[in-house]
Ligand binder design. Structure first.
Ligand code: DON
Length: 571
């Protein structure tokens, strides 16, 4: 068990974290930087782009712009400038933590009826494929915002690697080509998508070079004009006309109205660590905080694996119940956050947990299921000065809507499916929302994205993952592993499990539990179900005792790409 320092000690030690209701930035001493930088992303070209920009004098925020925009070129199945992101920034100079909400918004003409089939069930084709599934993108505005407010370099410098790779081309890896295979029927529906991803009408073979001149031009307009280069002018005109020709409902006004939001991150203290994480419109931070608050009343280290896992599953079950019920876009709905985040509320929930018996979810008042894939992406950065970025980016499902707006090279997201389009009915991740997450013009759809920092007296972690609803539990388990003293590669390799209230079952990665533990859990009433795949976690850690950085990417991904989580000394 790691020694738990008091917050007074932590506050006067080498760094300090500021969250909601905490000391102001002015009270915070500057931290000593690690003197080198670490980046863990899902693709080596993106990681290299981050280091390229650091070498040009950029900071972690410039590197984050470079990594994000390069992922938008080389890992388009997961994120892109037709999508959105949520990022947590830590400024070493004043200790401030900031949450950048570049989540997509519903267009003004959003009409819930189009997402309901004749049988009253969600029409998954409309909500996940084609232009009606796309929210107004947030990523371009978010990148411009980050460069302008936090970076040291002009946006054009940080976008340069992505533009170069889009022009010169790159060889997509097996994962990229596999997702084209998965989505080929939808990609084939739209000529501009087929022209890029299905050359000669077929899924390309490995060794194929993908050059994207339209995407390079779109990124250049963003580089030169900032957000206006995407949300106004030529790119905006192309996006709106392509969307409308294909049956979409976007207008120029929707694009012009898009705004990035800076929000106060959520903060939760657990066993001497401070976790800084995503606020709504992500549900992740609230759920992670609830689970940690519940678990703080137990000493998990005194329990065997079956019993500590049982309590964690029970905490997950209760946190996900609240997720369905209460959470949505804070600019549109009032949420009982004070209650959900309070220790007293957690005390009440803890009291309903039996030490050795599963609580059937339908015994808890009200409601959620899912299949995480390899889409959506997370990267973590720490620079030599100690600035940090945890950023999770998404177009939702693989290649988002599958729809490329002609002339832009931009794949539009299918984030509309993250709204509760048909109340009480599951979305693609089995999440069943309520009115709080119903679509409305300009509203942000609820997300599970949970970019997080974990601050301890001795060590700090930057952590996050894709995985739909399992993002929350994967990040939670990563946080617990870090607090248990695990290294970056142990955290990313650790076997995972997940419970989301409904369906009432524990999704388990092969090898997570030995036979005896699985039997004990089953005897307690838990239904265990094997599940695969599990996210793509990218973690960077900083040990303040030695000042060493460590970076690791998820070993589950057969990338053949070499080491994508790297630590480098940057001059
Ligand atoms: O924002 C969200 O919660 C989802 N759009 C994330 C999708 C995702 O992680 C897909 N990957 N497995």
């Amino acid at each position: 068990m790691i020694h738990a320092p008091s917050w007074r000690v932590l506050a006067t030690s080498l760094f300090l974290v500021v969250g909601a209701g905490q000391a102001t930035a002015k009270d915070v001493p500057a931290s000593r930087g690690p003197g080198q930088a670490a980046i863990a992303s899902a693709n080596f070209l993106a990681t290299n782009a981050g280091f390229e920009v650091l070498a040009k004098g950029g900071n972690a925020f410039d590197a984050a712009v470079a990594v994000s925009s390069t992922l938008a070129v080389v890992e388009q199945q997961s994120s892109g400038i037709g999508g959105g992101f949520m990022a947590l920034l830590h400024k070493a100079s004043d200790g401030r933590n900031v949450f950048i909400d570049a989540r997509e918004t519903a267009p003004k003409a959003v009409d819930m009826k189009v997402y309901v089939g004749k049988d009253g069930k969600p029409n998954r084709d409309v909500s996940t494929n084609g232009p009606l599934s796309a929210g107004i993108p947030g990523e371009p505005a978010g990148l411009a915002w980050m460069a302008e407010h936090y970076g040291k370099l002009p946006l054009s410098a940080s976008l340069a690697p992505a533009i170069r790779i889009a022009k010169e081309g790159f060889q997509p890896d097996a994962r990229f080509i596999g997702t084209i295979e998965d989505r080929k029927d939808v990609l084939a529906r739209y000529p501009a998508s087929a022209a890029i991803y299905l050359p000669d009408g077929r899924v390309p073979a490995q060794g194929w070079t993908l050059r994207q001149p339209d995407l390079a031009t779109t990124l250049e307009r963003l580089a030169v004009k900032g957000a206006d280069g995407f949300y106004k002018g030529e790119t905006a005109t192309l996006l709106v006309s392509a969307s409308r020709v294909a049956g979409g409902n976007w207008t120029a006004a929707d694009l012009e109205a898009y705004r990035v939001k800076e929000r106060e991150p959520l903060t939760v203290d657990y066993k001497g660590y401070r976790i800084v994480t995503a606020p709504p419109p992500s549900s992740g931070g609230v759920a992670i905080a609830e689970v940690l608050n519940i678990l703080s009343g137990f000493d998990l280290t005194k329990l065997d694996l079956a019993h500590s896992t049982h309590l964690t599953i029970e905490a997950m079950r209760r946190a996900f119940r609240d997720h369905n019920e209460y959470l949505g876009d804070p600019d549109f709905v009032k949420m009982p956050l004070d209650m959900l985040l309070s220790k007293y509320y957690a005390d009440g929930l803890r009291a309903t947990i039996s030490p050795d018996k599963a609580t059937p979810s339908d015994l808890l008042p009200t409601a959620m299921s899912a299949d995480p894939g390899m889409h959506t992406t997370h990267f973590s950065v720490i620079d030599a000065d100690g600035n940090m970025v945890a950023s999770t980016l998404t177009v939702n499902l693989e290649f988002g809507s599958g729809f490329v707006a002609k002339g832009t090279g931009v794949v539009l997201n299918d984030e509309m499916d993250d709204f509760a389009l048909v109340p009480g009915q599951p979305n693609a991740f089995g999440l069943r929302g309520a009115l709080a997450n119903a679509p409305e013009p300009g509203k942000r759809m609820l997300s599970s994205m949970s970019p997080s920092f974990v601050f301890g007296a001795d060590r700090t972690a930057v952590i996050g993952s894709p995985g739909g609803s399992t993002i929350i539990t994967q990040v939670l388990e990563g946080i617990l592993a870090f607090i248990d003293g695990k290294s970056a590669s142990q955290i990313t390799a650790q076997k995972r499990y997940h419970h989301q209230y409904l369906p009432d079952r524990v999704d388990v990665e092969a090898g997570a539990f030995d036979e005896a533990t699985a039997k004990t859990l089953t005897d307690m009433g838990h239904v265990l179900k094997n599940r695969s795949p599990w996210g793509f976690m990218n973690v960077v850690t900083w040990d303040h005792r030695t000042n060493a950085l460590d970076a690791a990417t998820d070993p589950r991904r057969p990338s053949g790409l070499g080491k994508v989580g790297t630590v480098k000394s940057v001059p």
